[in-house]
Write a protein that binds this ligand. Structure first.
Ligand code: FE
Ligand code: FE
Ligand code: ZN
Length: 258
């Protein structure tokens, strides 16, 4: 992954900790870790993001599903200790009819079990589009989760541009206003990463379908403004657009210009 990232001019990358649909993770080889750290140092790769499988539901109504989410999250976090100081992003979950309040309480409860005092990873709640019964489509919902977690210092937020736009935050016409609101509700200090995606659907559609940069409803100019916003400077920006490697290389070039 590191090599691929460097080959397309990236200085960070995101990876799935395991098959996003499956559940098995490969055993970690300490030599791989050592080689990665050396490579990352040489090529200026900064903070990276591990993404939890998106099939997990930490606030399912089914206790076994919640238990599986908890085990997977804690297993991933244990493995992340081999690369201390990085980020681990997950989708908060879907309350599946139990109500947002209950969803928030369940997610916070999971985090209170998982976040050990000795962890060297920041766990990120991703902003969601609010599709179906997803929790995390409103900044207030993420704030409410954080509020209930004891070890808040281990928590951050990852802002996904497609998701927030689909959720009804107008980052195309009022980026400043949305960032002000994020700051007021969650605190910009919690913002630790950005997923840069265009959207296949119109504003406030609550759909969550990523589009290539410049080919969707957000458009290149809006996404460029985000990438160059001084309030977001220094954060890792990751593309999750429907592309192969050459497409990502072109999008990185496109976004860095201007
Ligand atoms: Fe995600
Ligand atoms: Fe995302
Ligand atoms: Zn998405």
């Amino acid at each position: 992954m590191g090599r691929e990232a460097v080959s397309i001019g990236a200085d960070t990358f995101q990876f799935f900790t395991r098959n996003p649909r499956g559940s098995r993770a490969k055993e970690l080889d300490p030599r791989d870790v050592e080689q990665y750290l050396e490579f990352a140092g040489e090529h200026g790769i900064g903070t990276i993001i591990a993404h939890a499988p998106y099939t997990l539901n930490a606030c399912s109504a089914d206790e076994r599903v919640r238990e599986f989410a908890r085990q997977t999250l804690s297993d991933d976090l244990e493995r992340m200790e081999h690369l201390p100081g990085n980020l681990y992003n997950f989708h908060p979950g879907s309350h599946v009819g139990q109500g947002t309040e209950r969803g928030i309480a369940l997610i916070a409860d999971q985090l209170n079990h998982i976040l050990r005092p000795d962890l060297h990873t920041t766990v990120l709640l991703e902003t969601m589009s609010g599709k179906g019964s997803e929790v995390g489509g409103r900044f207030e919902e993420l704030a409410a989760i954080i509020e209930r977690v004891e070890r808040k210092e281990k928590l951050g937020v990852c802002l996904d541009t497609c998701h927030v736009y689909d959720a009804g935050y107008d980052i195309v016409n009022d980026l400043d206003g949305v960032l002000d609101e994020f700051d007021r509700v969650i605190g910009l200090g919690r913002l630790r990463a950005v997923h840069v995606n265009d959207s296949k659907n119109p504003f406030a559609s609550h759909r969550d379908r990523h589009e290539k940069i410049g080919e969707g409803s957000l458009g290149l100019e809006a996404l460029r403004r985000i990438v160059h916003d001084p309030r977001l400077a220094g954060l890792p920006f990751c593309l999750e657009t429907p592309n192969e490697l050459p497409g990502y290389a072109a999008e990185i070039r496109l976004l860095r210009e201007g």
